[in-house]
Design a protein around this ligand. Sequence first.
Ligand SMILES: Cc1cc2nc3c(=O)[nH]c(=O)nc-3n(C[C@H](O)[C@H](O)[C@H](O)COP(=O)(O)OP(=O)(O)OC[C@H]3O[C@@H](n4cnc5c(N)ncnc54)[C@H](O)[C@@H]3O)c2cc1C
Length: 264
Amino acid sequence: MTGKRDGDEYILNGEKMWISLATKADFAVVAVRTNSDVAKLSQGLTTFIVEMDRPGISRGDIHGKLGVRAGSTGWILFQDVRVPLGNRIGEEGEGFKVTMNAFDHGRYTVAAGATGLIRASLEASVAYAKERESFGKPIAHHQLIQEKIARMARDYEIARLLYLKAGWMKNEGKRNTFETSIAKQFATDASFHAASEAIQIHGAYGFSDEYDVERFMRNARGAMIYEGSSEIQSLIQADYALGYRKDKAVRCELPAYDSQAWQS
Ligand SMILES: Cc1cc2nc3c(=O)[nH]c(=O)nc-3n(C[C@H](O)[C@H](O)[C@H](O)COP(=O)(O)OP(=O)(O)OC[C@H]3O[C@@H](n4cnc5c(N)ncnc54)[C@H](O)[C@@H]3O)c2cc1C
């Protein structure tokens, strides 16, 4: 998407597919290219908050999704949408930093949600394994089933600790891109594995919509893609581990969480 300054306004143009709540949101945060003369694309981006009832905006839903069917996902088209200067977030050219900072928060919520999905898969598997019998005993007594359940229980604990660590760092006002990336990637990969194994434990019934586990697996799959795919998380983590990437000072640091301030 592009943005062109015109006096005290910007004119935004372009289209973006795969936007959560595209047809439901009252506001959107959009990153657009305002300068194409810079060496790196990331230096030419600017971010805006846009009211979705502005003239020139059209939007629609995407159908036929594998999962997240209860959630709205769609597309947004901007045609000469005029946005006042006051809607700009930060300075011109700071859009990449603003967007990356937003990812630290979005990825955190995905990590927490995926952790819940591991727990849901575990609880469904435990209940079914104790109820269903094969070879004269509940399948929970078979060691191969226990191995699957043990991994779900382990992964739930790891995923939970990872997102809690990232959350603690946010509350302390510490930079957390690396930790949030690990939490997001681990929880989403593990939730897909847990949901898939939950289907296995349910046998043929896991393959039907009579039980929740098939929905768990379809929903888990999406989270490995959105908010930065698992591959992109590996690139981020490798860059930190190799020392190619370090947290640089930013113009506005987020303050530490102050519970007193929220209560007053
Ligand atoms: C349900 C849903 C909701 C979404 N909501 C939003 C939203 O609200 N806002 C928004 O902006 N986007 C949203 N997205 C889009 C999502 O963020 C992108 O789909 C995601 O970032 C992947 O980009 P892509 O689809 O263009 O895949 P591509 O970039 O085409 O990548 C295809 C594959 O190649 C891999 N790949 C790409 N580059 C590299 C590399 N350098 N090294 C190794 N592997 C690589 C990817 O990991 C992926 O596996 C949503 C997507 C879904 C499915």
